[in-house]
Write a protein that binds this ligand. Sequence first.
Ligand code: CP
Ligand code: NVA
Length: 308
Amino acid sequence: MRHFLSLKDYSKDEILKIIELAQKIKEEAKRKEFVPYLQNQTLAMIFEKSSTRTRVSFEVGIYQLGGIGLFLSKNDLQLGRGEPMKDTARVISRMCDMVMIRTFEQEKLEEFANFSSVPVINGLTNEYHPVQLMADYLTMIEYGKANDPIVAYVGDGNNMAHSWLMLASKLGFTLRIATPKGYEPKEEIVQNALAFAKESGAKIEFLHDPKEAVRDADVVTTDTWISMGQEEEKEKRLKDFRGFEVNDSLMNLAKKDAIFLHCLPAYRGYEVSEEVFEAHAKEIFDEAENRLHAQKGIMVWLDRQRSK
Ligand code: CP
Ligand code: NVA
C-alpha cells in the first residue's frame, strides 16, 4: 500500500505513470464515460483549513469514479476538540477506503498515515501541496511546456515552492526560485531537492531577483504571499514582498509564448497583477480544472497499489 504525502517519495517513473492515468481518465470523462474505477469506495476528506478547489475536485472526483466523498471539517470532528490524530486515523481508516487530509504540519499528516490502514493523500500541508503539482504538470504537458522547460517561481518559499522543487528535481527540468531575503524555501527541502537533481539532471537556482528568474522562462508561476495560518504576518509580508508582483513588465521578460500558472486563490495587486492574471486566465483555469483529473489519476493509482 502507498500513501501520497509528498513527491519526494515518488520516482519520475511513478509520477509519469500517474499523469498518464489521469490523462486517460480525463479523455474518458470528456467523452462522458465515467468508468467506475472506485465503485462503492468512500473517500474521507478531512479539512483543518479552508478550501474551494481541493474540496470540490476530490468530492466530484470520487463521485465520478463510482464512490462517495465524506467532507469532514475540523470543527465538526472530535479532532477539533483534541482527539489525537492517531486515534482519528485508526477509526476513519476502518470505515473508509481512502483518506485525504488538509492540515498544518507535515508531521501531523505523517502521523495519520502511520496509523492508517488505507491510503492517505496530502491535500496541502504547510510544507507541501503535491496534488496541486500533479495538476500543474498535466497543464504544462497540455500547453506543450513539458519538454525541458525553464520554470520560474516568483514569491514565497512556501509549500508551493517546496512542491515545485520536488517536481523539478524528480523530473529533471530547470527551476528558478526567486524569493525576498528571509523567505527562501526550507533548507532541508532544498538539500533533498539538490540531491534528487543530481540524479535527474535538474537545474535548480535560488535567486532574490525576480527578473533574473523570469528571463526566457517557459512557465512563470507564483502563489499568495500570505498562506493560510500566516494572516497575522500580513502587514510585514506585504512590505517584504514589494517588487515581487508578477506584472506585465516582469512577464515580458519571459518567452513570448510563456504560460502563467497560479494554484489559486489569487490576490490581484499583490503576487499577480490583474492584467497578467486575466491575460493568462485560460491556462490558470485549465490548471484549476486539472485538479479534478489529476486527483482521479492519483486515487485510482493508489487503489491499484493495494493489491501489489
Ligand atoms: N489551490 C488550492 O488548493 O485551492 P483551495 O485552497 O481552494 O483548495
Ligand atoms: N500557499 C497557500 C496555498 C493555497 C492553495 C497556502 O498554504 O495557503
